[in-house]
Design a protein around this ligand. Structure first.
Ligand code: FAD
Length: 478
């Protein structure tokens, strides 16, 4: 059996390790960039860190005693993925600098074509192409007229010095908060352009002491316990967001409100920073020091609507020009693109664009009807929230491997979710959506074009249970 994995980020590396372990060694991991790492290769902005604890944001089979902080910085996370891939000797499967542009199902096999013209024919495709991958740029008049340096947060231009510069940041998500917290002390002036205020959950980020790290090294079993305990603790969060009346969500709201009340001194700034929707409706921001940073004398929060961008800076609707040398677009990602713009055509030439009109949909986020032997990791409608996507990918991979085993054992040659199972799950998912905190009055990237959260609306425990073993009746096995 020959396989192709598309993408060498966290999920692609996981796939390579697990396929190799399963003895399925005839595969290539296609990666369009020149290195592995995905998110953690692309994002290099100052302040980048994990917002789930590092001992949880680790592969369950590659726990490490070396994390420097409870929430370790981005370069360390990148280094972790690089090391795990090397330690498991899977880099040899990776083909870098070649983007898969087409996957076509033909005569029982997938025909792949890459940007370089290379072709491959495989039995199974695993798309590990990421979710927060394609930058979303704002549509603001005059963007191309800015005379200073302007870049998206995930394309940070390190040739531009921010020291002593007047820096503007558009956006108020986790990324913007991390950047503001990291750079305000270095820049001459920082302007944060806020369209929507965000709740901020206070969270200390202590460094692990040498003694703690030494103890992890000598007692690796403690790492496994810590991983399990953290998964359970964050499971509480995952369960809180899917029940907007839960006591846990109230606890989160109280903590965020107290953070705002206790730590923002100026009443006017406090009101400007106060969201008008419930905590965790948008992805919850976790920060030990954002409020400190935004209260520094050289920091300014601008809530006035942006009118246009001019050579000298950003002009807001009140007519004021905010003069800037550097403008950072912390405006997020096209979270509904998934593996697109890759062209994927399944049975009878059905394209992904057709299958996904009007919106992306997949059975348990891993399989699409009429796209046999084509599986996704972190595909549409999966769990998102403040927990580890590594665990999500691990559970999904183990599930996919069981489906691949159906082919390997000769039970069938083709596996894809049935239309009925997909429709039934989608109907159930839509019905559960109103219970979640994501529909309590905010706009976020979780919501689809109908305003329904495009994510898993049930508990994480349910996800773990469902992922344990495929229900074969939900699949068409031919
Ligand atoms: C700033 C930021 C902070 C985050 N923090 C957290 C966090 O704290 N906790 C958490 O759980 N998650 C976090 N995430 C989510 C993070 O994206 C996932 O945890 C994880 O890294 C996703 O891994 P992935 O392999 O699925 O996708 P990615 O890391 O996006 O990797 C996808 C890879 O596929 C490649 N690719 C895509 N299309 C093609 C193609 N057609 N051909 C070839 N190669 C292709 C890309 O180049 C990329 O290398 C964060 C995301 C961002 C952007």
């Amino acid at each position: 059996m020959r396989l192709a994995v598309i993408g060498a980020g966290m999920a692609g590396i996981l796939s390579a390790i697990k396929l190799d372990e399963a003895g399925l060694t005839d595969f290539t991991v296609y990666e369009k960039a020149d290195r592995l790492g995905g998110t953690w290769r692309e994002n290099t902005y100052p302040g980048l860190a994990c917002d789930v604890p590092s001992h949880l944001y680790s592969y369950s089979f590659a726990l490490t005693p070396e994390w420097s902080h409870r929430f370790s910085p981005g370069p360390e996370i990148y280094g972790y993925f690089e090391k795990v891939a090397k330690d498991h000797d899977v880099v040899r499967y990776m083909r870098f600098g070649d983007e898969v542009t087409e996957c076509t199902y033909d005569d029982g096999r997938w025909r792949l074509r890459t940007a370089s013209g290379h072709t491959d024919v495989v039995d199974v495709v695993i798309a590990a192409t990421g979710v927060l991958h394609h930058p979303r740029y704002p549509d603001i008049t005059g963007m191309d007229t800015f005379a200073g340096a302007m870049f998206h947060s995930s394309r940070w231009d390190h040739s531009v010095s921010i020291e002593g510069a007047r820096v503007g940041i558009i956006g108020t998500g986790s990324t913007a908060v991390q950047i503001v917290s990291a750079i305000t002390t270095d820049v001459a002036h920082l302007t944060l352009f806020q369209r929507t205020a965000q709740w901020v959950m206070p969270q200390e980020n202590p460094a692990y002491t040498d003694e703690e790290q030494a103890s992890f090294r000598s007692h690796p079993e403690h790492l496994a316990t810590l991983h399990t305990n953290l998964a359970e603790a964050f499971g509480i969060f995952a369960n809180a967001v899917v029940d907007s009346h839960s006591p846990e969500i109230k606890m989160i709201e109280d903590a965020c409100r107290a953070n705002l009340e206790d730590n923002v001194r100026d009443p006017e700034l406090r009101e400007a920073l106060r969201p008008t929707y419930r905590a965790a409706c948008k992805r919850l921001i976790i920060s030990p020091n954002f409020y400190d940073a935004i209260q520094l004398p050289n920091a300014e929060l601008v809530t006035e609507r942006i009118e246009r961008i001019e050579p000298g800076g950003v002009r807001t609707a009140d007519g004021r020009l905010h003069e800037l040398d550097v403008l950072v677009l912390a405006t997020g990602f096209k979270a509904d693109a998934f593996m697109r713009p890759m062209r994927v055509a399944g049975r009878s030439g059905l394209t992904l664009e057709q299958a996904w009109a009007p919106r992306p949909e997949a059975y348990l986020s891993i399989s699409i009807p009429d796209f046999p032997n084509f599986f996704m990791l972190n595909g549409p409608n999966g769990p998102v929230g403040n927990f580890s996507l590594i665990e999500v990918a691990e559970l999904q991979f183990d599930y996919i491997l069981q489906l691949i085993d159906q082919i390997r054992s000769g039970a069938c040659r083709e596996v894809s979710a049935t239309r009925d199972a997909t429709d039934a799950l989608e109907a159930e998912r839509t019905e559960a959506a109103p219970n979640t905190v994501w529909v309590t009055g905010c706009r976020s990237w979780y919501l689809d074009d109908r305003g329904i959260p495009a994510v898993w609306p049930w508990s994480f425990e349910r996800f773990r249970t469902v992922m344990r073993q495929p229900e074969l009746a939900s699949f068409e096995l031919r």
